[in-house]
Design a protein around this ligand. Sequence first.
Ligand code: SF4
Length: 493
Amino acid sequence: MTCPHRVWRDVHGPLDERVDEDNPFLRLLWERGVQHEADVVAGFGFEMVDCSLGTEEERIAATHAAIDARAEYIYQGILAHGDLFGIPDILHFDGVEYIPIEIKSGSADESGDDGEGVKPRKDYAVQLALYCELLERRGVHSSYRAAVIDTTGERVDYDLTAPQGTRTPETFLELYHRIRAEVVALLANEMQNSPAMSSKCKDCGWYASCSKWVKETDDLTQLFYVGRSIRDTMQKDLGASSVEAILNQDRGLLLEKKKADKTFLRGIGGSTLEKIFRRGELMRSEGEPLMLAHYEFPEVTTEIFFDIESDPTRDLVYLHGFWVRSPDSERFVEFTARAATPEAERDAWAGAIHFLRSFDPDDTAVYYYSAYERTSYRRLRRKFPDVIVEDELEAMFAHRNFIDLYLDIILPSTEWPLGAYSVKAIAPHLGFKWRDETPSGALSIQWFNEFLTTGDEAKLRRILEYNEDDCKATVVVKDYLKQRMDEMKNGGN
Ligand code: SF4
């Protein structure tokens, strides 16, 4: 689901180039998932036929026997038929059919970016559809109903025959069949696909190998926001997908052809095409970042650069960091939860809100990078409504001096000779260096968990240092943008 190329590469790729380094953060996620499952099962309250022990054959036989006896709950049964195999966490017989239930340490829903609100997660839905098909193959009726017990411990029911959304009429079941057919063809090497760089690649054992391929082939997915689907459409319609080959095209002619033929470069609008050319040319020339439109920064006495640290796997914001710059001083202020409890999370957040309220909003600019801070603060408000009322929080973020550097300026008004426009990519390009050798939000979560389990203050200091540097990186980006915007205003670019 994350990368269709990985399915092929895991079997048919250059296996000696795969790096299976121990990733402590992934290990933490794994351990947390196992612990969450154990907690849910321990508190389940229903008798279950336990099929988790024994050899694979013994577990399959025990699962089949339990299904034939219509056991109400079956734990860790193995379903196997032909080329399909699956281990649903729980099978629940509701008197009519077996409902597969997965225990997940993530959220059962995901927010659509199409404004349709929350809906089932596609990756969970596809996994559950596999179990339904296995039940059917076993001769047990399935109407493709399933469920997830998520990180909150609540059971969320999935109807896999429902459309994925009003704008995506394909049902989850159809999605599953489409993906399964693709997987079967990839595993049999009847179908091949190419790597495509994305933010997901960093945690993949093939990262070095795929990056090398992308560079050697000058693949379009090196460019910011150019992913698999754009690259594959270019390849299909133009017979090429290298940056060089695309830059050699006449963009005027491409736009004309697009107007005349709606099927040509389908899904790639004129403005996207313009961006691809602009980004390709900039990356090729390794030139100065482009300022495309002027942005007027507020003239204020105090500037605050703001960044949070959170652990999404347990829905916890544990650190609010602020770099405060005023005419006579600069300082770092932090509000940290020193335990993974709702009380500690609430107190840290209440401290941060109190701190922000202490400044005159008309004479203070607050800078942050991307929508994460705002969405996290909205989630915190729903969790702890006594801290701040919704209107006040919304007014805070809507104030003209509350500025999202990424969404308000970087994305709409600039271009960079980089494959990613995150603060971790842009600040080093401008010469900033984190004190930590390998800074990442994932490592911060790992250190926080180590601090919680060992009480080691050095871990906490490392998190605070990392967060402080994140805030300072935002300062560097803001100052650069301001300087370039001033130059633009004064006639240069
Ligand atoms: S590095 Fe990226 S493109 Fe390559 S297999 Fe992994 S996720 Fe896919």
